[in-house]
Ligand binder design. Structure first.
Ligand SMILES: *Cc1c(COP(=O)(O)O)cnc(C)c1O
Length: 458
């Protein structure tokens, strides 16, 4: 029996020995590379020595390396992955049936771990390299709490301190993730806080602010760089994080190759870009090398539309302007999504790798409004049985739309999307939706212009 005629199961699980042993760095196959991080003082590319005060050495190497295609995954990380990987590649037969579409729909499910998302893939790698360097601990920011949860799990496993600055509104409104983090041993501080200089400044300038990811990043960076034995780690956006998340795409590709499946369209939600970047990496590599062609679609919230309405410019990664400048599609580091925004994906910028690929026309982007996203989430939960994270549901929405287009045209396209996590900790947002109280907010051009005006002149 050849591959073409193999019956595709509902779930394709790789064997443990089929799991990737190397990460793939898509930058190696990009002819035009992403723009380098710049030192905000000198406007020169950040050097290894400048970055190593913030990040641990191995991660700085990975961040700056845009030519090495493969990085070995250390044995200890491979073993940790086996606690929750390989992740299943699911054929969404039930969804196809319900939509009455000739399209074949697949999703890679990354929600099979306590943190409930793909973020653990990079958390364990970053914690491992910090430990290898003999550090005491790491600091980070978290919004809704997925990243902080993932990092606290990884740090608990390796015996590292984990110091999390959590966006204040989430700290207050999402006590469950906060307590998961504390259970794993993390110290969780609501941001902005009085415990850092930048936090005190933000509080003085914006009394009563409920915080943002950008503020929390500034505080976490300060907490790392002002103490011996600590480094800062970031859950998305950076090229090193995309590198670690390539495990998603590599596993998916191995599973698809085993069954002779070739996706036509690959879809992912885009917050900072790491899950989408990781999912598409090996496929994009083929496209960049001229071996195959795929359509890639990034899906973002209409209330935080960095790719579809942002500017491709150098910007700060954080509100406190302590981080290096990154060239990316951005809404401006001062942009804070409207208060009624529930659906995650609220970062103002996008990974420099994805930004460059998008700028070259290799990726498409679209934005969707949160009520339609939650409608798609509800449909998906009822049909496929998984309660999806609001973030992931952006991809579900786009995948369903593409499948319905196939229904009209009769095309039997193969659609792959990333189901990045589960929504058990997002039930406040589901409650709003179920009560018919969810609304949409699309920023006006004038609102966006205000934050564009704050872009640094480079
Ligand atoms: C953080 C998160 C995202 C956003 O991921 P990026 O890699 O930053 O785009 C998507 N889905 C879930 C479930 C998340 O926790």
């Amino acid at each position: 029996m050849n591959n073409e005629t193999k019956k595709i199961p509902y779930k394709i699980y790789l064997e443990e020995h089929e799991m990737p042993t190397q990460y793939y760095n898509v930058r190696a196959d990009m002819k035009k590379k992403p723009a380098p991080l710049l030192n905000p003082g000198t406007l020169q590319p950040m050097t290894f020595d400048e970055l190593r005060g913030v990040f641990c050495d191995e991660l700085v190497k990975q961040e700056l390396d845009d030519t090495t295609a493969y990085f070995d995954i250390p044995q200890e990380i491979q073993e940790f992955y086996k606690m929750y990987r390989p992740a299943p590649l699911v054929r969404a037969y039930c969804l196809e049936e319900r939509l009455q579409t000739p399209a074949k729909i697949y999703y890679k499910f990354e929600g099979n771990n306590t943190s409930g998302s793909h973020k653990l893939n990079s958390a364990i790698a970053q914690a491992y390299y910090a430990k290898e360097q003999g550090l005491k601990g790491v600091t980070t920011e978290t919004g809704a709490g997925q990243w902080g949860t993932a990092l606290s799990m990884a740090c608990a496993y390796l015996g590292l301190d984990c110091d999390v600055y959590m966006v204040k509104v989430s700290y207050e409104q999402k006590p469950f993730r906060r307590e998961v983090m504390r259970t794993y041993g993390a110290k969780v501080t609501p941001s902005p806080s009085e415990s850092t200089a930048v936090g005190r400044k933000i509080l003085a300038d914006h009394p009563g602010t409920t915080g943002s990811l950008g503020c929390a990043i500034s505080e976490a960076v300060e907490a790392a760089t002002s103490r011996e034995g600590y480094r800062y780690v970031l859950g998305s956006v950076l090229s090193q994080v995309l590198l670690h998340q390539s495990i998603i795409g590599l596993e998916t590709k191995t599973a698809m190759d085993k069954y002779g499946i070739t996706p036509d369209i690959i879809i992912g939600c885009a917050g900072g870009g790491s899950n989408l970047g990781g999912l598409i990496s090996p496929f994009m590599g083929e496209k960049l090398r001229g071996e195959k062609d795929y359509r890639f679609i990034a899906v973002e919230p209409a209330s935080c539309p960095s790719l579809t309405r942002g500017k491709y410019a150098y910007d700060f990664c954080d509100t406190g302007m302590v981080c290096p400048l990154s060239k990316m599609y951005t809404l401006g580091s001062g942009f804070i999504p409207s208060a009624n925004h529930a659906g995650g994906l609220r970062y103002h910028g996008m990974s420099s790798v994805l930004s460059e690929l998008y700028d070259q026309g290799l990726i498409e982007a679209r934005s969707v409004e949160q009520t339609e996203v939650f409608k798609a989430a509800e449909d998906f939960a009822r049909i496929e049985g998984i309660l999806p994270a609001p973030e992931s549901s952006h991809a579900i929405k786009a995948a369903m739309d593409e499948a319905l287009k196939c229904k009209e045209t009769g095309e039997e396209k193969t659609i792959l999307f990333g189901l990045t996590g589960t929504g058990y900790f997002d039930l406040k947002a589901y409650e709003q939706f179920n009560n018919g109280q969810m609304s949409d907010h699309i920023p006006t051009d004038e609102e966006l212009q205000i934050s564009f005006d704050g872009l640094p002149r480079v």
